[in-house]
Write a new protein. Sequence first.
Length: 183
Amino acid sequence: MGNRLSKIATRTGDAGTTGLGDGSRVDKDALRVHAMGDVDELNSHIGVLLCENLSPQLRHELISIQHDLFDMGGELCIPGYSLITETQVARLDALLEKYNADLPPLRDFILPGGNRPAALAHVCRTVCRRAERAIVSVGKNEAINDHPRQYMNRLSDLLFVLSRVLNRVDGGSDVLWEKERER
């Protein structure tokens, strides 16, 4: 891998194509490339969230998710390759159960916001949903595995739950949508 990364400016993409991990070249606006970019963007946003003051446990879990997202980028980059597994999806299910356990039931819609870490988790959630939609689009046109789509679906739910958890860290609460607000 070190030799592959020794030259970053290759100029091979100047004509509007990019290389996939299997050596094939595709247009830079191909659905697969969009999905790879959305996953990469999500990983970057999680990196920004990790700059906040988070518990060591949550920090560890988010870093593990970043590694999964890097794997997902690799899976998307190599058609027919599989890196995301049922085990990774199940890990997210367990995290959802863990973090949702102490939250009060939802009775109202929640606005993105609250404290800074919670707001960043909401940004991650929305980027995750976009990445999920991009993966679904790829799957409509090319054969891809189910686990990346399932992983992103669980991850967006987890990021929503984490935003609620993070809003409660210092005694805060969710920012509720007010149906009858002044207009």
